[in-house]
Design a protein around this ligand. Structure first.
Ligand code: NDP
Length: 386
């Protein structure tokens, strides 16, 4: 029987919810590119519940225990002798999430001789050392598309909130003020601005589709050019490199995976090539930008605003400079963990587990590493040996 170690974020500070703001969730037919939604044979939760925190257990306990497996769920993942580290030597399956990542480093993988499967309940498996997973023969899988639209909506929200100066204006309301001039002295219309995405995959393209009605100029760079009909439909301008694109932009949004080509991409040099007063939105991965270069650019006014939900490390320490830098709209890593997304990635995690225990191949869309090589989505999105 297998031991499954599941690392999830802690419950709400005032306890696990007993009721919710809304009943249920809208039904979705399929993802925008035609990919089918997860297809578990059954689930033991009500869609719309808080599944991503420790007490939610991704709705897996009954299913796994009925099969005779042991499920350990914890949020204790860092520091000496964490619960995660204590159970790792016996674990056959580790489930983690990008929002509260259990970093599966090469050193940890070396201490996990029984580990066969690492599942990301969400998207983005850069918290797993993929080279070490390849060498150890561990399968790595994630729930592709489960939260892509959730993130795209967050990006649109962050662009608008930065450009319109929403958060400081709301703060005046909380503080009892009616300070119109204070609010509007940094407030603009998005209409007419030039907005560009670094990568036009599931999230980047969804962001552009959602922004097209705002009458902005849309730009993108991706390693792979989009089909001509999509470019024509959205009136997209393609650029041959990030460096060539960003000087044209009022708003840049990063939607690329973290890998050697993108690590540290937005450094002092690239940011200084942007228009003065540009906005930078990053919901992809924190290490794609140089942490301190962002702080410098906000302090100097080179960037008018920075917003996103990805940090390094996670959780971010209390003294992380992005908590106190000016003109920022940071959230904790939440964009891909709406209650809507949680249902989809809990469904997908169950589907992956069902495939694994039945000895069936996990769908290609979900695979990052399998059989000692990058596989499926992983073969497209990541680089081995880097
Ligand atoms: P996709 O795989 O659909 O799209 C990524 C795109 O990036 C692909 O078109 C890929 O091209 C392209 N790309 C790869 N390398 C580069 C590069 N160096 N420069 C420009 N483009 C590049 O992924 P998603 O859109 O679903 O997700 C994107 C990223 O967003 C994820 O990798 C993850 O890190 C992050 N994410 C964040 C979440 C959050 O909660 N904040 C949740 C989900 C994802 P090609 O196919 O040719 O490799």
């Amino acid at each position: 029987m297998a031991k499954i170690v599941c690392v999830l974020y802690p419950d709400p500070v005032d306890g696990y919810p007993t009721s919710y703001a809304r009943e249920g969730l809208p039904g979705l037919e399929r993802y925008p590119d035609g990919q089918t939604l997860p297809t578990p044979s059954a689930v033991d939760f009500t869609p719309g519940e808080l599944l991503g925190s420790v007490s939610g257990e991704l709705g897996l306990r009954r299913y796994l225990e009925d099969l005779g497996h042991e499920l350990v769920v914890t949020s204790d993942k860092d520091g000496e002798n964490s619960v995660f580290d204590q159970h790792l030597p016996d674990a056959e399956i580790v489930i983690s999430q990008p929002f509260w990542p259990a970093y599966l480093t090469a050193e940890r993988i070396a201490r996990a001789p029984k580990l066969k499967l690492a599942i990301t309940a969400g998207i983005g498996s850069d918290h797993v050392d993929l080279d070490a997973a390849i060498k150890a023969g561990i399968t790595v899988a994630e729930v592709t598309f489960s939260n892509s639209i959730s993130v795209a909506e967050h990006v649109v929200m962050m662009i608008l909130s930065q450009v319109r100066n929403y958060l400081p204006s709301h703060q005046w309301v909380l503080d009892g003020g009616w300070n119109i001039a204070d609010c509007v002295q940094r407030s603009y219309d998005l209409e007419g601005m030039q907005v560009g995405t670094i990568a036009a995959g599931r999230i980047g393209l969804a962001v552009m589709r959602r922004l097209a009605p705002f009458d902005v100029g849309l730009h993108y760079y991706d390693k792979r050019r989009l089909p001509a009909d999509v470019e024509a439909e959205l009136n997209l301008t393609y650029h041959a490199s990030v460096q060539e694109m960003v000087p044209h932009l009022d708003v840049a949004t990063i939607n690329a995976p973290l890998h050697p080509e993108t690590r540290g991409l937005f450094n002092d040099e690239l940011i200084s090539s942007m228009k003065r007063g540009a906005y930078l939105i990053n919901t992809a991965r924190a290490l794609i930008v140089d942490r301190d270069a962002v702080v410098r650019a906000l302090e100097s006014g080179q960037l008018a605003g920075y917003a996103g939900d990805v940090w390094y490390p996670q959780p971010a320490p209390a003294d992380h400079p992005w908590r106190s830098m000016p003109n920022q709209g940071m959230t904790p890593h939440i964009s891909g963990s709406t209650l809507s997304a949680q249902t989809r990635y809990a469904d997908g995690t169950r589907e992956i587990l069902e495939s694994y225990f039945a000895g069936n191949r996990i769908r290609d869309e979900y695979l990052i590493v399998a059989g000692g090589v990058l596989a499926g989505t992983g073969a497209r999105s990541y680089t081995a040996g880097a």
